[in-house]
Design a binder for this molecule. Sequence first.
Ligand SMILES: CC(C)(COP(=O)(O)OP(=O)(O)OC[C@H]1O[C@@H](n2cnc3c(N)ncnc32)[C@H](O)[C@@H]1OP(=O)(O)O)[C@@H](O)C(=O)NCCC(=O)NCCS
Length: 188
Amino acid sequence: MTDATNRPADAAGQPTAGQPAAGLPAAGQPGNPPSASAVEMMELVLPNDANLLGNCLGGRVMYLIDIAAGMAASRHCRRAVVTASMDSLDFHRPIKVGDAIILQARVNYAARTSMEVEVQVYSENLRTGERRHTCTSYLTFVALDETGRPAAVPPVRPETEADRERYRAAEARRRERLQRIGRGEGGG
Ligand SMILES: CC(C)(COP(=O)(O)OP(=O)(O)OC[C@H]1O[C@@H](n2cnc3c(N)ncnc32)[C@H](O)[C@@H]1OP(=O)(O)O)[C@@H](O)C(=O)NCCC(=O)NCCS
């Protein structure tokens, strides 16, 4: 039971009249807003997805994160994409068999051929409606052309103050990520 929609992943942050910070694409400039590619995906957790305690397996959650994030990235650039990296992941709460798992994916930032996608994961008790945050994941996807080589992607054009905050934070994470793997400035 998978439902991928075009709804924004997070309604937080309303458009503001203020000028965007220097360096961020402004309204009217080329680029796609995060809301245009956002994905919300929902699945029922079944016994086959769980460990002996009845908790959803971490690997299953990671699989679903990768799927939701990949769809958002592909929607942003309208190309095939591959997962280049997934940042460290902390599971704050278990998701029980019989709960729904909800994944909200949005593209925070795009560089030349790569994009950072954020995925917020929640569990929902379908009887009570209680929703709990499970984890946040940041992934990097690279767009590929028809020959399988990295291809340029459109910029992200933030629309709201929340979009702009995510954009700036993603830019900083990208710098740290590339430093960590020796691909930062001067690192090749
Ligand atoms: C991702 C991949 C295409 C990058 O290839 P590459 O030869 O390093 O390509 P480039 O040097 O041109 O880098 C392309 C982009 O990827 C980014 N990138 C590469 N490795 C990265 C990593 N580990 N983490 C984050 N970004 C990475 C680069 O920063 C660059 O971004 P930019 O163009 O926006 O500046 C290649 O490593 C690959 O195919 N990996 C396997 C992907 C896969 O199969 N994933 C599924 C799991 S097996």
